[in-house]
Design a protein around this ligand. Structure first.
Ligand code: P1T
Length: 383
């Protein structure tokens, strides 16, 4: 029965059983580093919390269920999860990555892993031919972020996966912006799906956590080994909070999507707005792919006001009252950000501008407040 559940039941029940000790409906926060053994190796399945912890295990089972995967691993942050994926590689290996992606991901690739002899090619994946052109005999992995942060480009996961399979290349997808409510990359041919669970999965801006899910047993064995050997695991409290967040993912996402759609349309017809980046518009370059691979368009959007520059965009985000000026996204409260000086500041200006992350760009993470209040706030800030 539980195997056949629909998504909106999986968020609540997927992989979950009442706790074996006392029947607690929510898994207890097993705040322990170690477990008593009767004889060396004689234990109840847990020996040390870097390796396994019952609260983290409950979260990992939930993550596997909602991403339609078999094996899941939780990490201390989204970047720690990415770090584990990159440790599948060896010096000399090459990665083809989305050119428009979270600044911290770009920094991890270029400032850490390039020093270990891994080469990254950043390409515009809105056109899948660009991925094919960048693959060579050393390519081991394609890294896709879709929708992209912050330009909201949409990449055809299925088409990239066909390309990866024919070239014997791993496909990893950062599903943070969409969430599994909207898009399930493993079902579209990805080998690994990664999340900054800090965002929509946990959903309340109160935890930093990352996750990986795969259906491939040998990849799972290697990722599990890396998780334990490198040790970037989340604690039981953060695992508990993320698991609690997931239980309302579907109802939160529905409202995030509705509110973002309304705000996108409001901005598009606003006389002071130059451009709105949101995949739900029919004139979005990959709207047809978004419609095919996503069940809705998400809670994120970016925009530029007419004649805007660095200073005028900063003025707008400072004027907002209900939208909080902050890094991050995906929480119940609305956030506004200025990518050039905040989330994407670690990407050199000339490189970020090539993918559209100009000084005038403003990014919104639309929360689940009453949308009339959010529009009133934007109205007074844009003027
Ligand atoms: O912050 P952390 O949990 O380590 O996740 C990193 C990360 C990875 N992938 C994507 C698509 C992300 O957006 C992030 C984190 N992003 C922000 C903090 C932000 O404001 O964009």
């Amino acid at each position: 029965m539980k195997d056949k559940m629909h998504f909106n039941s999986k968020t609540i029940h997927g992989g979950q059983e009442p706790d074996k000790a006392y029947g607690a409906v929510m898994p207890p926060i097993y705040q322990t580093s170690t477990y008593a053994q009767t004889t060396p190796g004689g234990h109840k399945g847990f020996e040390y919390s870097r390796t396994h912890n019952p609260t983290r295990q409950a979260l990992e089972r939930s993550l596997a269920s909602i991403e339609a995967g078999e094996f899941a691993f939780a990490f201390g942050s989204g970047l720690a999860a990415m770090d584990a994926v990159l440790k599948l590689l060896k010096p000399g290996d090459e990665v083809v990555s989305t050119d428009d992606l979270y600044g911290g991901s770009y920094r991890l690739f270029t400032k850490i892993f390039e020093d270990f002899g891994i080469r990254f090619h950043f390409v515009n994946m809105s056109n899948v031919d660009n991925v094919e052109a960048a693959i060579n005999k050393n390519t081991r992995m394609v890294w896709v972020e879709t929708p992209t942060n912050p330009m909201m480009n949409v990449i055809d996961i299925k088409a990239v996966s066909v390309l990866c399979k024919s070239n014997d290349v791993l496909l990893a997808v950062d599903n943070t912006f969409a969430s599994p409510y909207i898009q399930q990359p493993l079902n579209l041919g990805a080998d690994i799906v990664m999340h900054s669970a800090t965002k929509y999965l946990a959903g309340h801006s109160d935890v930093i956590l990352g996750s990986l899910v795969t259906n491939d047993k040998s990849l799972a064995e290697r990722l599990g080994f890396i998780q334990n050997a490198s040790g970037a695991v989340p604690g039981p409290m953060d695992s508990f909070l993320t698991l609690r967040g997931i239980k309302t993912l579907h109802v939160r996402m529905q409202r995030h999507c509705e509110n973002a759609a309304e705000i996108a349309h409001y901005l598009k017809t606003h006389p002071k707005i130059e451009k709105v980046y949101w995949p739900g518009f029919e004139d979005h370059p990959n709207h047809h792919i978004a419609k095919a691979q996503m069940s809705d368009f998400g809670g994120m959007l970016s925009f530029i006001t007419k004649g805007a520059n660095y200073e005028s965009s900063i003025q707008i985000v400072e004027k907002l009252k209900l939208f909080t000026l902050a890094e991050s996204l995906g929480g119940v409260e609305s956030l506004a950000g200025h990518p050039a000086s905040m989330t994407h500041a670690s990407i050199p200006k000339e490189i970020r501008e090539q993918s559209g992350v100009v000084d005038a760009l403003i990014r919104l993470s639309v929360g689940i407040e009453d949308v009339r209040d959010l529009i009133a706030d934007l109205d007074q800030a844009i003027g």
